[in-house]
Design a protein around this ligand. Structure first.
Ligand code: 13P
Length: 255
């Protein structure tokens, strides 16, 4: 089902006390968010807090916890890794896969990302699969080609049934953490392109039902305009998701 999704990605931020403050703040504002089955909030905290987040959110429908990553392996002797099975056992529902920071700093390959997607889906976690180009790629007018390849090399390898349980996030690398957001027109153009690719690879119905999120310097001031775009179904928010007031404003901006 095509849902509106506002997802916060805390990345490697927030001490335990800060995490508690954010979670309590979101819960305090919950009744203003207007959440439903069709509009949900997802919070991707660092691993040590995901169980805490999931437990705290349990009484608040459509406010759910996510992981920022999962292992490509099922289980066993992989010191430091966290499996999709472990994450799912903590009542977590979503997992971000293929964030540009994972691709760039941890050299995650398309093959690994596909394994992670498979792991997530085997354990009923919904992958939020990230794509997005560098500024150089956009300046060379290769951004559509680049994003298409990222889709084809990983998430498009799942079957027709599994693709229905995936979310795609378009996060242009040049807009992440820079304060420079894609213009609504730039974001809408790429989102429409991604939806077209889903339609061509799978079918029109699946494309119509897919949630496609925009990420990259989304903040309390620019969210409302981005959300007016026909193919933008929500946001993947980094920095602003650490500030309860800003994140709450972004959630409320999604009508
Ligand atoms: P910022 O919102 O801080 O630009 O981060 C975006 C992002 O990478 C979310 O996953």
């Amino acid at each position: 089902m095509r849902k509106k999704i506002i997802a916060g990605n805390w990345k490697m931020n927030a001490t335990k006390d800060e995490a508690v403050t954010i979670v309590n703040g979101l819960i305090a504002n919950y009744s203003d968010f207007g959440l439903s089955e069709n509009k949900i909030v997802v919070v991707a905290s660092p691993f040590p807090y995901i169980h805490y987040c999931a437990s705290m959110f349990a009484k608040f429908p459509n406010l759910v916890a996510a992981a920022q990553n999962c292992s490509e392996f099922e289980k066993g002797a992989y010191t430091g890794e966290v499996s999709a099975e472990i994450i799912a056992s903590l009542y977590v529902e979503y997992v971000i896969i293929g964030h540009s920071e994972r691709r760039q700093y941890f050299k995650e390959t398309d093959e690994q990302l596909l394994l992670k997607i498979n792991q997530a889906q085997n354990h009923n976690l919904i992958p939020i699969f990230c794509v997005g180009e560098t500024l150089e790629t956009r300046d060379n007018n290769k951004h559509f080609e680049f994003v298409k390849e990222q889709l084809e090399n990983a998430i498009f390898k799942v079957n027709e049934n599994d693709i229905k349980n995936c979310v795609i996030a378009y996060e242009p690398i040049w807009a992440i953490g820079t304060g420079v957001t894609a213009s609504p027109a730039q974001a809408q153009e790429m989102h429409a392109f991604i939806r077209e690719q889903v339609s061509a690879k799978f079918n029109g119905e699946t494309a119509k039902e897919m949630s496609i999120l925009y990420g990259g310097s989304v903040n309390a001031a620019n969210a409302a305009e981005l959300f007016t775009c026909a193919d933008i179904d929500g946001a993947l928010v980094g920095g602003a998701s650490l500030k309860v007031d800003d994140f709450s404003t972004i959630i409320k901006a999604m009508k």
